[in-house]
Design a protein around this ligand. Structure first.
Ligand SMILES: [Zn+2]
Length: 241
């Protein structure tokens, strides 16, 4: 703390929230996804039904922030420029939001990138966020547990139904025991992504986890969600959300 005092990610002033690069003024100014007293916006368009159909207890997604300034720019800096500070800050905030809901999983699993995209980018932004959240919660993170079977077209260009079709069977769960059988997972797993749009990616990841034995509960966490449920494609951002 003395050698590297916290400095706010957004305003550059000294941090006043302990070991997190954020100040209380900027924290208060971050656009929340859910206004006090509102019902969560996630699930108002039918995607929650889709997610619940997987047959395991799926909590309504934990998404603390609206994908709007300055959260959107910080997440883009992480995703496209490898700026790690947003991963640390948003990981800590996700962990705090989860702890407030009493939702502390046994294991955190980031939504994976396809190997080609991981190679191109050099890192998975969701894994960076998940690792930071796991450190705050004292829970392990398993970035290799899920993998993408195939490269999918950028999700930003597809409508909700097309996204679900595009992603069905897209993920694979690692860790099947030698000699076959189903992999085992702890009882409660949290899937972590940077941005949640229609929920199709999360649904496909839940589908892959469901193969495992022992799993009873999946929490879906993301840092932010666009108000419309969709990201506007950007010319400089060829990745999916
Ligand atoms: Zn600040």
């Amino acid at each position: 703390m003395r050698l590297m005092p916290p400095r706010c990610l957004f305003c550059g002033q000294a941090g006043d929230l302990g070991r997190i690069d954020l100040c209380s003024d900027c924290l208060e100014a971050l656009p929340p996804l859910v206004e006090a007293g509102d019902r969560p916006r996630f699930g108002t368009t039918g995607e929650t039904m889709e997610l619940e159909n997987w047959g395991i207890e799926l909590e309504s997604a934990l998404v603390p922030f609206l994908y709007a300034p300055p959260t959107d720019a910080a997440l883009r800096a992480l995703k496209f420029h490898g700026d790690l500070a947003p991963a640390q800050v948003f990981g800590a905030l996700l962990a705090g939001a989860a702890a407030c809901r009493g939702e502390v999983p046994d294991l955190l699993v980031p939504v994976p990138l396809h190997a080609d995209r991981l190679h191109e980018r050099g890192f998975n932004q969701a894994a960076r966020i998940a690792r930071a959240a796991g450190l705050w919660l004292g829970r392990p993170c398993a970035p290799q547990l899920l993998s993408r079977r195939r490269s999918t077209p950028p999700q930003t260009s597809l409508a909700a139904a097309a996204r679900r079709a595009n992603l069905h069977g897209a993920f694979e769960l690692a860790g099947a025991p030698c000699g076959g059988g189903r992999p085992r997972l702890p009882s409660h797993v949290a899937l972590v992504d940077d941005v949640l749009t229609t929920g199709a990616t999360m649904a496909a990841a839940v589908e892959a986890l469901q193969v495992a034995e022992g799993l009873r509960r999946v929490s879906c966490w993301a840092v932010a969600r666009p108000a419309s449920g969709f990201l506007t494609p950007e010319p400089c951002s060829p990745g999916d959300p």
